[in-house]
Design a protein around this ligand. Structure first.
Ligand code: SF4
Ligand code: SF4
Length: 60
């Protein structure tokens, strides 16, 4: 399980990257942010700080 960022919503503010305890989030080429599912521990911190609710839990 991991969180995934909905790029349609992401405004590229970077708050989630600063908050992620395991460094799973980084800026993508398009200026939006992406989560490395291999690093994500599903803590939900990114979702709680995001102003536009772009990070979402993902079943996989
Ligand atoms: S759920 Fe937690 S570990 Fe996963 S990307 Fe968000 S802040 Fe990082
Ligand atoms: S906090 Fe939300 S809007 Fe900001 S970069 Fe992360 S996903 Fe995008």
């Amino acid at each position: 399980m991991a969180h995934i960022i909905n790029k349609e919503k992401c405004i590229g503010c970077g708050s989630c990257e600063a908050e992620c305890p395991v460094g799973a989030i980084s800026a993508d080429e398009d200026g939006k942010y992406v989560i490395d599912a291999d690093k994500c521990i599903d803590c939900g911190a990114c979702a709680s700080v995001c102003p536009v609710e772009a990070p979402e839990p993902k079943e996989d």
